[in-house]
Each structure stands twice: as C-alpha cells, then as structure tokens.
Design a protein around this ligand. Structure first.
Ligand SMILES: NC(=O)c1ccc[n+]([C@@H]2O[C@H](COP(=O)([O-])OP(=O)(O)OC[C@H]3O[C@@H](n4cnc5c(N)ncnc54)[C@H](O)[C@@H]3O)[C@@H](O)[C@H]2O)c1
Length: 686
C-alpha cells in the first residue's frame, strides 16, 4: 500500500462542508508513518461476514465508485482489522475553528463542529487517522465517510432538525423543533446479552458499532487538561488520606501511561510538588509529553532511573521522570532495591495503562517489546492474552510486596484490578468476607471521597472564540462565583472541595495546559455549576466574552455514569449493576435544553462494564440559553444525588435536602432505614 498521500492544497471549511467527495474521488492514501496509529484490530469475521463488512462500507458511496474502493477497503480490513477509509482522511488543518468561521445555519451546529474538530485535532487525538481521541479505542466516528457526512449535515441543518447518530453513523436529519437537541448520539448500545468483548470486536469490524469512551464519541474531550485537574486532585487527596500530608515534597508516585489521559500524570505530579515516575512503552507517546513540556526528563535505563529517583528524593525536587519501558520492570526493580538495601523508594502507586482493553493492545506485556507486542497482537491474539495475564500477575506480585512494606496503591479507574483478578492475580482483600472486595481501593470512592454524593463533579467549558483572553476572563468569572458561594455558611466538606477548586482555577492559567480548544475544567456542585453557567451567559451577552461558550462535563460524574467498579462503586443497596441513572440522565438532559446529548456503552472501564452519558450546551448570551442551562444543570446533578440518597448515602441525603429547600418543585423519595437486627430476625438469621 502507498505510504502517504501526495501533497495537495489544504481544504477550506466551506469545501469540507460540501459533502463526501466522490467525483472525483480524493487520491489514494493510507497510514501516515510520521504519526501514531491504532493497533491492528483483531476480529474473527467469517468470509461471509467480511463480505458484509465491505458491503456495509460501500453503502456510503455511489455505485460507480465501488470498483475503485472495494479492493482498497478489503485491504484495510485485512491489514488493519477495520475499514477506516484512509483515502477520505481530509486534507484540512484539523482544529477547533472560531465559531463564526463555520458556514452554518445555526450556531448550535457550529458548536458541535468546533468540538468534533477539536477531538480529531492531531495535537489532541491519540490516533488521528483512525479517529481515536483517547483511551486506545475511544472513537469520534468509525470511518471517514461518517465524518464527512456529519460535517455536511451540520452545515445545512436548521433549528427545526435533529441529527441522529448511531454509533458513529449519521442516520440523518429528522424534523424536530428549536427546543430539541440538535444532535442525539448513542454509541455502542447493544442488546445486553451481546455485550462481550468478542461481540464488540465483531460489530466494530462490521462497521456497525464503535467504542465512544466517554468524551470521544460525544465530542466533549478537551485535551489532557481535563484529566490534569482530576489527577492533581487525586494525588493531593491521596497524600492527605494515605500519608497524612499536605506537602508531598520528596515523595514518589510510580505509575504508567503517558497516553491520552494518563499523560496528565507527569504534569499533575509536578503541580502537587512530588516526584512522578511514569513508565511508558511507546516512544512516540513519551516524546509527545516531553516535547509538550509535561514530562520533564526521561531515560530507558533502569539503573539511571533509580539514580534519578534517589537524587530527586534527596533534593525534594518536584519533577516528573519518564521511563521508556515496561512498568512491570519498574515495579520489580523497586522490589529488588527494597530487598537489597531496605530502602522503599516509593510511597504512592497506581496504574494507567489502557486496561479497559488489555487484550486489544491497551496493556503491553512485560515479556515483549512494543514492536513485538504489536506483531503478536496481530498474528497470535490468544498467545498475546496469555502473556498479558502473566504480566499482570507479575505486576501485582511486585506491588503486593511493596504494599506490605508501606506503599499505598490505588486503582485509577482503568479496570486494572478487575483484569488482574481475571488473570488470577492475588488482589482480593484478605480482611473482607466478600471475595469480590479488592485489597486496593478505587480512587473514586476512597480518594476523591464521596464527592459525587455532594453533587461535585467535572464541569467544563470551551470558549468558541478560540481566544485565550476569553479563557482568562472565564477563569476569573468562575473563581469569583465560587468565592461568593464559599463566603456563605456551608458544610465543611463542601468548603474543602470549593477551596481545592479555587486553588486549581487560580493556578490553571499559569501551567499552560491548553492543547486544542480554549477549554477549562473544575469540579463544582449543583449550585456552583448553575451559577457559573449563568455568569458566562451574561458575559457573552454583555460582550465581555467575544463569542459563545460551550458547557459540558466529563461523563465521569454524579449522575452521568453507572459503573459498578468506579463511579457507582459505593452504591450498596444492590443497584450498582443497574443503569437507570445514566439513561434517565441522557433523556432528562435532552428535553431540558441540552444542545446535544450522548449515551454510551463502555468508557473508562470497558465495553459492557459501564453505561454513561453526557451533554453539550451552547451559551449564546440569550435568555433562552440561560433558561436551558439552569433547568438542565439542576437535573444533571440532582438525578444522581437523589439516587445516591435513595441507596442510603448520608452525604447525598444532606445534599438533596439542601436542593429541595432551594426549589419547592423538587420532591425526592427518601428512604427509611430499617433496623438490621429486625431484618435479620425476620429472616430467621439470628
Ligand atoms: N485517570 C482517570 O481519571 C481516568 C478516567 C477515565 C479512564 N481512565 C482510564 O485510564 C486508562 C488510560 O487512558 P489513556 O487515555 O491514557 O489511554 P492511552 O491508551 O492513551 O494510554 C495508555 C498508555 O499506556 C502505555 N502502556 C500500556 N501498557 C504498558 C506497560 N505495561 N508499561 C508501560 N506503559 C504501558 C501505552 O503505550 C499507552 O501510551 C484507560 O483505561 C482509561 O479508560 C482513567
């Protein structure tokens, strides 16, 4: 296959909006060797199913193109395991353009385009040519035909149409009305019994479903900054909770991954003042973070790494050190150092390999080099799986030894412990009667505290002018809103959350974390989110901001995500494996005023393991957007708090009581608590 497309003049936005180019077809192209690419996708399609996959791909194109495209797409399926339609990778400077530059009939459509193009910006996206934004397989679309069609539909849509998206595929524009969302996205929705990894591989190869992660397929990713914020708060809180320290100078955090989200760890470690040591198998991923200035230095030699760790500990230096290699080697070397010298060189540990997808290339086994892993994954996936599981067992053995010596380890929401258990590693808590309880905590429940029950979660915004001065102005507005709320009489745990976020927002601008769109994130509760949105809308209206603002959030939130090993891991009434909350959230946001909504199967911890939803809402300065934001954001938080209150959570019961006191229309069913002794007696247990 040809290596790279010939150089051509770049497309304009107007040309991009003109629809799928078929006459003439764009020149043939395939993978650009100068950028990172998704691993070869594995599947077990039968010959008949391969014909189906090809037929499915060709239905986007008029019949006269089929003779040219059929062999090319067949080759992509054979070589890469998926039909991406590389020929249609657009020759445009892919980025979030200022809103007014999009040729559209409604600014709401332009806002969606701004966000889609940011998710595919090569500075932002993990594998831009495979339409993957982050997390190894978090796709915006499944192929490039879908991209072209979506951009075209958005450019012609009016406020009386809604674009319907089925797992990357634009089903079309359907009549609706101005109060409706402009886009409704569902990703990876399947009949529950067909949600296994094999089902996914098959349906993705057929081009009929895709993995949207959380903010990839919902167009709301804002670069690794979002996760720098979350990681900073996690490391700060881990220091407080496990080490009893506000100041982490001289303490070492060992972890892995410098990819889409995990890349934030190096930056966050420095912001927290500790020594962050991050192992990364991919030289490309490591260099990207180093060139960006987020990773301060790196080595591929374990002796040098240990020397650097010792020096940084002695100097109490806030730094980030990359290790180009396997994290298992780092953990095993730390054990060897401990056994040889008695020095425990690490206080805090976690892991951020893409363990939600360990056998599809998300986790590189220690027995193989990066290159060997890619080859084995393509040629012998079952051997690859065996090596991954062996590697996970070795990793846990080393971590367990160091934990016995005083290391604090936690699961970072990537299904690491779940996959380690499935691999047969010793991760069960010996002190628990429940064999499913892990010996290490999950960061959501144990470190972040019970913040979701307080209504705190990741609120984010994007300044669609693309102007950094607007972002600075919004930082100040958000800070002032939080400061005003904080001056009131609030419960201490709520004050602490606000204080951490005010510190963050004051510092955020200084750390130059914007990659792609002019975006910011903070954690706030219901009141804070509503008041910040209202204040932004007012600033758009009176011209303090040059263009509208999109508000959104990570799906990883109070109400957006049903995920029994993460966001809903502290739901103890037996409902942790239900997904009513996320589905209700998606529907409720849609009719309360969201500009677009999304509902996904999979995200963070993997396909079939979680259901999550999100939204985008354009604040254009109008009274209408003020009304929508107020109505929708209140629901977007109260839904999950009410569910958490019903499950018996005290924090959630206090929080929802405060919300009910503020709005007489809110009436939530609250639980009565039965006496456990009475229950046990009634069942004849005592
Ligand atoms: N931190 C969070 O708050 C958070 C939130 C949601 C999800 N996650 C999960 O975290 C994981 C990472 O996300 P991402 O976007 O960074 O994924 P990614 O695939 O972009 O990055 C993971 C990196 O780990 C590297 N890697 C794999 N195996 C390795 C090994 N054994 N040793 C060293 N490096 C190895 C890969 O080369 C890759 O660059 C995902 O499972 C994601 O779902 C984290």
């Amino acid at each position: 296959m040809q290596a790279k497309g010939p150089s051509r003049p770049k497309l304009t936005l107007k040309e991009l909006c003109g629809g799928l180019p078929v006459s003439p077809l764009p020149p043939l192209r395939t993978r650009d060797p100068s950028i990172a690419h998704a691993p070869v996708r594995t599947h077990n399609l039968s010959p008949k199913q391969k014909e189906r996959a090809l037929t499915n791909a060709l239905r986007y194109f008029p019949n006269p193109c089929h003779r040219t495209l059929a062999p090319e797409f067949a080759e992509e399926l054979r070589v890469f395991g998926h039909i991406y339609m590389y020929r249609f990778f657009p020759d445009i400077d892919m980025r979030a353009y200022p809103l007014h530059e999009y040729p559209v009939k409604t600014n709401k459509a332009a806002a969606v385009m701004h966000m889609i193009m940011n998710n595919l910006d090569p500075r932002v996206a993990q594998f831009p040519q495979e339409l993957v934004t982050y997390g190894g397989n978090g796709c915006v679309f499944s192929n490039w035909a879908q991209f072209w069609l979506v951009i075209h539909y958005l450019s012609v849509m009016t406020e009386e149409q809604t674009l319907v998206m089925y797992s990357g595929h634009p089903l079309g524009l359907f009549p609706s009305d101005p109060r409706s969302p402009r886009v409704i996205v569902t990703n990876g929705m399947v009949i529950p019994n067909y949600s296994s990894k094999d089902n996914y591989d098959e349906m993705f190869a057929l081009g009929v479903t895709m993995y949207g992660q959380m903010t990839a397929g919902s167009y709301c990713y804002i670069g690794p900054q979002g996760i720098v914020h979350g990681t900073t708060l996690t490391v700060l809180n881990a220091g407080r909770r496990y080490l009893g320290l506000e100041n982490l100078a001289g303490r070492v955090l060992i972890t892995s991954g410098l990819g889409g989200m995990s890349g934030a760890q190096a930056k966050a470690a420095v912001i927290c003042g500790c020594i962050g040591v991050v192992a990364e198998m991919s030289e490309e991923a490591l260099r990207k973070r180093h060139d960006q200035g987020w990773l301060q230095e790196f080595t591929d030699d374990l002796d040098t790494l240990i020397k650097k760790i010792r020096e940084a500990r002695a100097k109490k230096e806030a730094t980030s050190i990359g290790y180009r290699g396997n994290v298992v080697d780092v953990w095993e070397r730390l054990v060897a150092e401990y056994e040889a010298t008695g020095d425990l060189l690490v206080e805090l540990g976690t892991d951020q390999t893409s363990c939600h997808n360990p056998f599809g290339g998300g986790y590189c086994p220690v027995q193989l080099s990066y290159q060997e892993a890619e080859e084995m994954l393509a040629k012998d996936p079952s051997k690859f799986k065996t090596l991954v599981q062996e590697s996970l067992r070795r990793q846990i053995t080393a971590i367990n030894k160091l934990a016995d010596a005083g290391l604090f380890f936690w699961d970072y929401g990537n299904a690491f412990l779940l996959e380690a258990r499935r691999a047969g590693a010793d991760v069960s808590d010996p002190k628990s009667e429940d064999p499913l309880t892990f010996r290490y905590p999950s960061y959501v429940q144990d470190i972040m505290g019970d913040i979701f029950s307080l209504g705190f979660g990741p609120f984010r915004w994007v300044c669609t002018s693309g102007d950094s001065a607007d972002l600075k102005a919004t930082d100040e507005i958000a800070y002032n809103v939080l400061a005003t709320i904080c001056s009131e009489d609030l419960p201490k745990k709520v004050q602490q959350q606000f204080a951490d976020n005010m510190r963050w927002i004051k510092e955020a601008g200084k750390h130059e974390m914007v990659v792609g769109s002019q975006a910011r994130i903070l954690y706030s509760d219901q009141r804070g989110r509503v008041k910040i949105a209202q204040a932004f809308n007012e600033a758009v209206r009176d011209g303090r901001l040059k263009a509208p603002v999109v508000i959104s959030r990570d799906h990883h939130d109070v109400s957006g995500t049903d995920s029994p090993f993460r966001e809903t891991s502290n739901i103890y009434d037996g409902s942790a494996f239900t997904a009513d909350m996320a589905v209700q959230n998606f529907v409720g946001d849609a009719f309360r005023g969201a500009t677009w909504v999304a509902l996904h199967n999979g995200g963070g911890v993997g396909w079939g393991e979680v259901v999550n939803g999100g939204f985008g809402l354009l604040l254009d300065g109008s009274e209408d957007s003020n009304y929508r934001a107020t109505l929708m954001l209140n629901w977007d938080v109260s839904n999950g708090v009410a569910r958490r209150a019903w499950s018996g959570n005290d924090n959630a019961q206090d929080t929802i009581a405060r919300s009910m006191a503020e709005d007489a229309r809110l009436k939530v069913t609250l639980p009565n608590t039965a006496d456990p002794a009475l229950v046990a007696r009634a069942l004849g247990h005592r």
